[in-house]
Design a protein around this ligand. Structure first.
Ligand code: ATP
Length: 327
């Protein structure tokens, strides 16, 4: 917390892109302008701060972008920003324009950078959780997660059609880095018979016996959704199943980057708009170094260092739902 008044703010997107980042940029720009602030766009995350790729934005700069995936400010990972020397150059570039507040839309790595930068140079930084992985504590949703899950759901539904037509067992790998949320949500929503996530120990024997049991019941169509961060990737699971159940017609589908792009869902546009609006309010009222989240449909502010350290936990309820509904 602090009470420094801001007059010129910068906004950037950093780390992996996520659908809804544009809606967040739009909200930051328009809320800032509404309050009489000057708003600057910073290109390619922290790289643009170091390379001085910074430009003034107006209301028209963000027209017609709310429905677009990706990010009009582009995004990047910057090795130079990891070092104090790089952050100092970035600070000089902000200072010469009088930029005295920042909104960072990105993941936990971006928040680590923001936290360091703010401590070193006394520029208040507000983080917005922009990541499809939902691997940040302090928000029920992260910008991009809902779109990514819906993309995965659409794809798995299609895969089930062909699995059903051929009596096949499909192993579908979804994104999420070391978090299993995309797998959990898309798996439950598509009625997947098994969901393998890094948050729980994958029990191969239990998986094989459930598949054999289903086979006995003449249930030959199976969808196994595997999170990319699970101990076994889709290919390894497939190899094991082919060895243990050679009679099963097993196929692998890795959904990959289609989960990152596309027009954001209504939910992602809404949360991005609310969070972008709240970020500017934070800078105006002197709240520093927090991540804006939404918990129980209320805006919620988590100190950046907590958003960095803590990961969301998957509750037992969710795991029970998976067990009972997939039987
Ligand atoms: P995603 O979850 O989509 O990968 P992210 O924000 O976690 O997004 P990272 O690549 O981890 O993505 O971080 C983005 C950028 O933040 C890095 O390229 C770097 O410039 C900066 N950054 C990350 N960690 C630190 C750190 N410890 N110190 C300073 N800067 C950092």
């Amino acid at each position: 917390m602090g009470n420094k008044k801001v007059s010129k703010i910068g906004v950037l997107t950093s780390g992996g892109d996520a659908p809804g980042m544009n809606a967040a940029i739009r909200a930051v720009v328009r809320t800032g302008l509404y309050h009489g602030l000057e708003v600057f766009g910073i290109m390619r995350g922290y790289s643009g701060m170091i390379d001085d790729d910074i430009f003034p934005m107006n209301s028209r700069s963000v027209a017609n972008i709310i429905q677009r995936g990706g990010t009009v400010l582009k995004t990047a990972r910057s090795m130079e920003f990891m070092e104090h020397a790089g952050r100092k150059i970035a600070y000089e570039n902000l200072k010469k324009r009088g930029i005295d507040g920042l909104v960072i839309i990105g993941g936990d790595g971006s928040f680590k950078g923001a936290q360091k930068f703010s401590n070193e140079f006394d520029i208040p930084c507000i983080g917005l959780p922009g990541t499809i992985d939902k691997d940040i504590a302090g928000s029920d949703f992260t910008i991009g997660f809902d779109t990514a899950v819906n993309t995965a759901v659409g794809a798995i539904d299609k895969i089930r059609d062909t699995a059903d037509a051929h009596d096949r067992l499909f192993i579908v790998e979804v994104m999420g880095r070391d978090a299993g949320y995309i797998a959990l949500h898309s798996g439950i929503s598509t009625g997947a018979e098994n969901i393998l996530i890094p948050e729980t120990e994958t029990d191969i024997e239990a998986l094989i016996s459930s598949l054999s049991e289903q086979e006995k019941r003449k249930k030959l169509v199976n969808i196994i959704v595997v999170a990319e961060g699970d101990k076994y990737g889709a290919n390894e699971i497939s190899t094991i199943i082919k060895k243990r159940l050679p009679q099963a017609d097993t196929r692998v589908c890795i959904l990959g980057h289609i989960q990152r792009g596309g027009s954001p869902t209504c939910l992602d546009r809404l949360i991005a708009s609310r969070m972008g609006f709240a970020a500017v309010e934070c800078l105006l009222n002197g709240t520093n170094n927090v991540m804006v989240g939404i918990l129980n449909n209320q805006l919620h502010y988590t100190p950046l260092d907590h958003a960095i350290k803590a990961k969301q936990k998957i509750s037992e309820d969710w795991l029970n739902i998976v067990k009972i509904l997939a039987s």
